[in-house]
Unconditional design. Structure first.
Lengths: 379, 209
C-alpha cells in the first residue's frame, strides 16, 4: 500500500521537475535514475535533489529506453537487477541508439563481490560502478562531474552552432552585396558610358577638322576600354550568366575562362541547361570557382576535368586535376580555410564536399548538394 | 523606316534618338523602358525594326525576342546589349533576333545594321562572324591546338601570352631545355615557324585574352 503511494509520488515528481526547465534562467541538465524498487528510487531522488538538476525516473528498462529516445541525459543511473530488461541489456540498447550512444551510464548494484558483472557493465558502456548502499557524497560528486561535463559540451555545441550560423549569414550577406555592387556598376556606370559614347558619336558626325576628329576618335576608344573594365569588374564580382542563363551555362563559361586565363586545359561535361534555385546555383558555382582557384594556385596541373550532373535530388560536381595531389596534412592544416569555406557553403544547403589527393597523381573534389526547388526549363 | 527603341536607361535612349535623328531614312516612332512597354508599344504603333536592350527590367531578353518574332514574323528585332557577344549573341540569334550589337559598336555600325535587318537581312559583327566561321572550320577537323598534349598546350599558351622560355621554365618547375624541346614540338605539330605565328593563332582562336 505504502509502496504504491511512493511510486506515484515518484512519477509525479519526475513530471513536475521537467516543468521549470524551460523557464529557469540557468539551464539544467537532465539526469535519469532507473530502479525497479520504488524505495531505492525515492532514496536516490532525495539524495540527488540537492544538485538542483532536472531529475527523471524510470521503474523499468523499457521505461528508461522510452525516455532516452526523447531526452538527452547528462548521466543515467542504472540498476543492474531489474525484472524484464535488466540493466546490462538496457544499457546496450541505450548506447546502441544514435541519440544516446555517448550518454554516460553509472551502474548500481548490490552484488559487491561480482567482478564479473562489473566487466560486463563496462563492456556495454558503463563509465562507473556504484555499490549499494551508495555513499551519498560519492554518488553526488560522481553525478555532478557528469553534469558539469554535459553542460560544457552543451555550451560548446551552442557556440559551434552560433559560429556556423554566423558564417552562413556572412556568406549570404557577401553574396548579396557582390550582386548589388555588380549590378550598380554594370547598369549605372556602363549605361552612362554608353550614353557618353553616343554623344561623342553625335559630335563626330558634325566635325570636319581632322585634329578634332582625331580627339573624338580617341575619346571613343577610351570609353570602350572603360566599358570593358567595368564589365570585367562586374563579372568578377558576380557573373551575370548565373542570373540570366543559369548554373550549367555559368559553369561552362567559367571552365572556358579558366583555360583562357591559366593555360591549363579544362574540359567540362555538362547536363542540358535548366533553371534551378538561384541560391543553390550560386552555392555550387562559388564552390566550383574556389576549386579552380586552388587548382591554379597549388596543383601544378596541366589538365582539369569537370563533370556536372544533375539527378532528381542532387547536383553532383566532380573536378579532377592531374597535378601534384593535395596532401592529407594540407586538408586539415591552418592554411585550409578555403577548403573549410567550401564545406561550410555546401553544408548550408545540406550538401557535402569530399577531397582526395594522391601524391603525384592529382586531386579529386566531389561536391554533392540537394537540388532544392526546380523552377522549370530556361525559356 | 520606322524604328522603336527600348532601353531602361534614359541616357541611352536619348543617345539613340539623337543618333538616328540624323539619318533621313530612319524615324523613331516610339520608346519603351521595359519589356512590358515594348509589348504594348509594338501593338500601338506601326514599326519595322525594334532596337532592344538585352537586359531590361521585367521580361528576359530572350523571351521578348521570341514574343515579338511570334507576333510579327516579318519584322526585325535588333539587340543592342552591354554584354559581350561571345556569350549572348548566338542565343539571341537562335531565339529569332535579326542581329546583335554591343553598345561599344560605332554609331555608323548601328545605323547600317538597322538598314540591313529592315530589308530582311541578318547582321552580325565581323568579330562574331569570324568566330562562327572558325567554329564551323573547327567542327570539320580537329583544330590544331587540340593535337597538342596537355603540357604542350600549357607551354603554347604561355608562349602566346608573351612569356620567355626562362619564365616558363621557372613557373612550371621545368628546365629551360625541356621547355625548348616542348616549343620545338609544338611548332612542328602546329605547322608554324615562330612565336609570333603562335600568338596570332591563339588570339584568333580566343585561347588567350
Amino acid at each position: 500500500m505504502s509502496e504504491t503511494a511512493t511510486a506515484e509520488r515518484v512519477v509525479d515528481s519526475s513530471e513536475s521537475a521537467a516543468a521549470p526547465e524551460a523557464s529557469a534562467g540557468t539551464p539544467r541538465a537532465k539526469i535519469l535514475v532507473v530502479d525497479d524498487e520504488p524505495k531505492s528510487l525515492y532514496a536516490l531522488q532525495e539524495l540527488l535533489s540537492s544538485l538542483e538538476q532536472n531529475l527523471m525516473v524510470a521503474q523499468s528498462g523499457e521505461e528508461a529506453l522510452k525516455l532516452a529516445l526523447k531526452h538527452d541525459f547528462a548521466v543515467i543511473l542504472l540498476d543492474v537487477r531489474m525484472p524484464g530488461l535488466d540493466g546490462f541489456e538496457t544499457a546496450k540498447l541505450i548506447r546502441g541508439r544514435e541519440r544516446s550512444k555517448q550518454t554516460p551510464i553509472i551502474f548500481l548494484t548490490a552484488q559487491a563481490d561480482e567482478m564479473n558483472s562489473m566487466f560486463r557493465g563496462y563492456a556495454v558502456g558503463a563509465v562507473d560502478y556504484l555499490m549499494k548502499p551508495v555513499v551519498p557524497e560519492v554518488l553526488k560528486s560522481k553525478v555532478s562531474i557528469f553534469v558539469e561535463l554535459h553542460m560544457k559540451s552543451e555550451r560548446l555545441r551552442e557556440s559551434e552552432d552560433k559560429l556556423r550560423r554566423l558564417a552562413a549569414h556572412l556568406i549570404s550577406v557577401r553574396e548579396e552585396e557582390r550582386a548589388h555592387i555588380a549590378r550598380e556598376i554594370h547598369d549605372e556606370l556602363g549605361q552612362v558610358l554608353t550614353g557618353i559614347k553616343m554623344e561623342v558619336g553625335w559630335l563626330q558626325k558634325r566635325l570636319k577638322e581632322p585634329a578634332l576628329l582625331e580627339k573624338t576618335e580617341s575619346m571613343s576608344k577610351l570609353i570602350d576600354s572603360t566599358v570593358q573594365t567595368v564589365r570585367k569588374i562586374a563579372t568578377g564580382l558576380r557573373p551575370e550568366m548565373l542570373d540570366d542563363m543559369g548554373l550549367v551555362a555559368a559553369v561552362g563559361w567559367q571552365a572556358k575562362e579558366f583555360q583562357k586565363r591559366t593555360g591549363i586545359r579544362c574540359r567540362a561535361k555538362l547536363p542540358p541547361e535548366s533553371k534551378y534555385d538561384l541560391e543553390i546555383s550560386t552555392c555550387v558555382f562559388r564552390i566550383f570557382q574556389e576549386i579552380l582557384t586552388n587548382v591554379a594556385r597549388h596543383a601544378r596541373a596541366t589538365r582539369v576535368d569537370v563533370e556536372l550532373s544533375v539527378t532528381e535530388e542532387r547536383f553532383n560536381l566532380e573536378v579532377v586535376d592531374n597535378g601534384v595531389g593535395i596532401a592529407d596534412s594540407d586538408l586539415h592544416g591552418r592554411k585550409s580555410l578555403g577548403l573549410l569555406g567550401m564545406q561550410e557553403r555546401a553544408m548550408l544547403f545540406g550538401g557535402e564536399v569530399g577531397i582526395t589527393g594522391t601524391p603525384g597523381q592529382g586531386t579529386r573534389v566531389s561536391v554533392s548538394i540537394p537540388i532544392g526547388r526546380t523552377t522549370g526549363p530556361i525559356p | 523606316m520606322k524604328v522603336i527603341i527600348a532601353d531602361d536607361h534614359p541616357v541611352v535612349r536619348q543617345g539613340l534618338r539623337q543618333m538616328l535623328a540624323v539619318e533621313q531614312d530612319l524615324q523613331v516612332v516610339g520608346e519603351a523602358r521595359n519589356g512590358q512597354e515594348v509589348v504594348d508599344l509594338s501593338r500601338r504603333v506601326p514599326w519595322e525594326v525594334a532596337v532592344l536592350d538585352y537586359n531590361m527590367p521585367g521580361k528576359n531578353g530572350l523571351e521578348l525576342i521570341k514574343e515579338l518574332r511570334q507576333r510579327y514574323p516579318g519584322r526585325a528585332v535588333l539587340i543592342l546589349s552591354m554584354y559581350p557577344e561571345d556569350r549572348y549573341a548566338v542565343r539571341a540569334l537562335k531565339a529569332g533576333a535579326s542581329g546583335y550589337l554591343t553598345k561599344e559598336s560605332a554609331p555608323d555600325e548601328l545605323v547600317s545594321a538597322i538598314r540591313k535587318v529592315a530589308s530582311g537581312g541578318r547582321y552580325v559583327t565581323p568579330t562574331l562572324g569570324e568566330k562562327l566561321a572558325l567554329e564551323l572550320e573547327d567542327n570539320r577537323g580537329k583544330p590544331l591546338h587540340e593535337t597538342l598534349s596537355d603540357r604542350e598546350y600549357q607551354v603554347m599558351w604561355m608562349i602566346a601570352s608573351g612569356k620567355t622560355v626562362r619564365q616558363i621554365a621557372d613557373e612550371l618547375f621545368l628546365s629551360p631545355n625541356t621547355v625548348s624541346t616542348h616549343r620545338t614540338r609544338i611548332l612542328r605539330k602546329m605547322n608554324m615557324k615562330s612565336n609570333a605565328e603562335l600568338m596570332h593563332y591563339a588570339i584568333a582562336h580566343h585561347l588567350v585574352d
